[in-house]
Ligand binder design. Structure first.
Ligand code: TRP
Length: 329
């Protein structure tokens, strides 16, 4: 059985793109692998979140994961900062991570450009913290999007470097988890290619139905087709892409036909789209509302998850300390 690890930064709620991208597949495969699912709250510190908000952000994501179907009796779900071993491994890996390679990481360069007033060392060493998350469990596989591939590549490099330097076969080189099919990429409602929290074009899994209706109503459209069977512009293609995911085949066909004969009414399309998004997200929203204030349950899930994760992490750290030459008096 493979060890699979997935993490998400606690900097925003889960949206349709997260769900249909990795999360839904992850929920399916939690039964076939030994899965770790964690909330990367240390990573969220690079942008200096408001201390009053930090815990709420973590709680939101925890509830959303659980509501979406991550089963704490099957997968190990935990909060990164509950696993202090990660910070120790991060420190050690940083001694073998070099300024040059860290500074030329795409994500670092992009962040440094976006927040020039806050190019902190945590931003620079983001990839070593991520490597520590992965290597602490010696994960075989990590489901990552395109934007995280370079980080995974660096994790492999850090693992290899550690093994070579100390002449051991200790860390495994983690591979990208491939769900065996093209990942569904959910586009934004603003005509852009991707739904993303930094794009501000998201429908969140736990958005209120009224909010979903409003957002879909406001989605970008054009003046409508003028010739039969024409190619759809991006903004319309995007709406159809989402429709394809949330609606029945008949519904999709109905609107395809209307498009092809130039009889489509975007108002109708949006109404249907909103209704179907609400229908697929309804069970998640209900479950979320059920558990969001159940402190006892959340405490139990987070504590048990951290305990399970810690067993593994402590074993790894005992090995690392021994290899590097640490000894207790
Ligand atoms: N960097 C990831 C993101 O921004 C989150 C993350 C942190 C992660 N550590 C990880 C993902 C380890 C996978 C494995 O989405």
């Amino acid at each position: 059985m493979d060890t699979v690890l997935s993490g998400i930064r606690s900097t925003g709620n889960l949206h349709l793109g997260n769900y249909y991208g990795a999360l839904r597949n992850f929920i399916r495969m939690q039964h076939e692998n030994s899965c770790y699912f964690f909330i990367a709250d240390y990573h969220s510190l690079t942008t200096h979140p408001d201390p009053k908000q930090l815990h709420e952000n973590v709680k939101d994501i925890l509830c959303e994961y659980l509501a979406a179907g991550i089963d704490p009796n099957v997968a190990t779900i935990y909060v990164q900062s509950d696993l202090k071993e990660v910070t120790e491994l991060y420190l050690m890996l940083n001694m073998h991570a070099y300024m040059g390679e860290l500074a030329k990481t795409s994500s670092f360069k992009e962040k440094a450009r976006k927040q020039p007033e806050n190019v902190n060392a945590g931003l620079l060493t983001y990839p070593t913290l991520m490597a520590a998350d992965i290597l602490i469990h010696n994960a075989d596989k990590v489901p990552v999007g395109k934007d995280q591939e370079q980080h995974l590549e660096m994790t492999r490099r850090f693992a290899r470097r550690f093994n070579n330097f100390y002449n051991v076969e200790f860390f495994k080189e983690p591979q990208a988890y491939n769900f065996g099919q093209e990942l569904i990429k959910i586009p934004g409602l603003d005509g852009s290619g991707k739904m993303g929290k930094s794009e501000g074009n998201c429908i969140y899994l736990c958005d209120d139905p009224k909010v979903i209706e409003k957002k879909v109503k406001r989605a970008l459209t054009d003046a409508g087709p003028t010739t039969h069977n024409s190619v759809k512009p991006d903004c319309i293609e995007n709406l159809f892409t989402i429709l394809n995911v949330v609606s029945s085949k008949e519904v999709v066909q109905h609107f395809e036909d209307k498009w092809n004969t130039c009889e489509i009414r975007y108002g109708d399309l949006k109404k249907q789209l909103a209704a179907d998004i609400i229908a697929v997200t309804n069970p998640i929203r209900e479950r979320y509302n059920d558990i969001r204030d159940n402190e006892a349950y959340l405490h139990q899930v987070a504590t048990e998850g951290a305990e399970k994760a810690r067993e593994n992490a402590q074993k790894t750290m005992r090995g690392v300390r021994e290899i590097m030459g640490f000894k207790s008096f």
